[in-house]
Design a protein around this ligand. Structure first.
Ligand code: KG4
Ligand code: ZN
Length: 343
């Protein structure tokens, strides 16, 4: 089965071509025009998808060596995301499917992050715990089988990626903030300042909260007169502040996941979404292997938004439940089963 997959939910225009589960091409065009605004401008994102999508698709065909007629299934992200941006990919995908007379598979972006770990050679066995950490979501999910998910924890305020982006803005490190903080934190001392790590009273809760951490950073910067410091002084302490912030954020993610793994008796842990590209996060989760855990984190290409993860999720969705449903109809609506487990 050859899948052409489309991802346009936010500020990445991405097209992938897969043969079964294996990506033959995964082209990602990141929109840098948002950087000067310190965040994604939805209207601009849609317009850039319109501008880029044909070229990115051509590039993907060139790289894969496939021709449009080789495609068996077309898939695109249908939710969650910026509506204007989603519409570009959905309509492009549906039109392509109609032209090629092939089925169209709508894919939930969060499901795609969960199944991104299957793009790697070592795949998790079911059941596994999936920690989804992206710019808009922070969820801890028990994955019992393909598309059999149970959310056991989620953020009660900011998402992990959002916290990194906001912290980066406060430290003047620009957007996107996660990679910027990660890079500079590598040169800092994580023990420089102790930022709070929230604990929930109810032991069976595996929720997350990042707004306290964000506020603690804001007050720390105010109290130390960070904004009025000389650029040399600022340059000296910024790596330490970034490292301390990153440690608090990662520890919270790690502590909750490990606690859930013990309570549920599951030693397969997957971490996915943009924040799973974080250097410290990977280091800390990989350390768990020494204690008998199987830990799965996608490579950076598959952590941040990409169409290969849409393609592999469409592949599982198509083969597992929906082959007939999809094959019968060119324009399939969101499959009811998928709707039920929408995050
Ligand atoms: O999954 P993703 O690409 O898009 C969404 O679905 O939201 O995640 C983007 C988020 C951004 O907030 C970005 O700052 C964060 O992932 N991110 C990182 C790193 N790379 C990307 N956060 C921490 N460390 C990183 N290395
Ligand atoms: Zn994402």
């Amino acid at each position: 089965m050859r899948t052409l997959a489309i991802e346009t939910s936010c500020d990445e225009t991405s097209i992938a071509l897969l043969e079964g589960k294996r990506p033959l091409a995964n082209i990602i065009s990141s929109q840098i025009s948002h950087n000067k605004f310190g965040g994604v401008v939805p209207e601009t994102a849609s317009r850039e998808h319109v501008r880029n999508i044909m070229n990115v698709t051509k590039f993907a065909f060139e790289k894969s060596g496939l021709k449009p007629d080789d495609v068996d299934v077309v898939a695109a992200t249908y939710t969650p995301g910026l509506i204007g941006a989603l519409l570009v990919g959905m309509n492009f995908g549906k039109s392509l499917a109609a032209t090629l007379e092939k089925p169209f598979v709508p894919v939930n972006h969060i499901h795609a992050h969960v199944y991104s770990v299957f793009l790697e050679e070592r795949e998790p066995e079911f059941p596994f715990l999936s920690l989804i950490v992206s710019g808009g979501h922070t969820l801890l999910v028990l994955v019992n089988d393909y598309f059999n998910h149970r959310i056991i924890g989620s953020t009660i305020d900011d998402a992990a990626g959002e916290a990194f982006d906001k912290a980066s803005k406060m430290l003047g490190l620009g957007y996107p903030g996660g990679p910027a903080i990660d890079r500079i934190a590598e040169m800092g001392d994580e023990n420089f300042h102790k930022f709070p790590i929230p604990e929930f009273k109810n032991k069976e809760e595996y929720n997350f909260s990042f707004s306290g951490l964000k506020t603690a950073l804001l007050y720390y910067l105010k109290n130390t007169g960070y904004e009025t410091m000389s650029s040399q002084d600022r340059g000296e302490i910024t790596p330490h502040i970034a490292a301390s912030f990153r440690t608090a954020a990662v520890k919270q993610l790690l502590n909750n996941t490990v606690r859930a793994s013990i309570d549920f008796g599951i030693n397969n842990i997957a971490v996915c979404g943009g924040v799973s590209a974080n250097t410290l996060l990977k280091k800390e989760f990989f350390k768990l292997r020494k204690s008998g855990y199987n830990v799965f984190v996608p490579s950076t290409e598959y952590s941040t938004d990409n169409a290969a993860m849409i393609g592999i999720t469409a592949y599982f969705s198509f083969l597992k439940n929906n082959r007939n449903a999809f094959a019968d109809s060119l324009m399939v609506k969101a499959e009811p089963r998928l709707n039920k487990v929408l995050f």
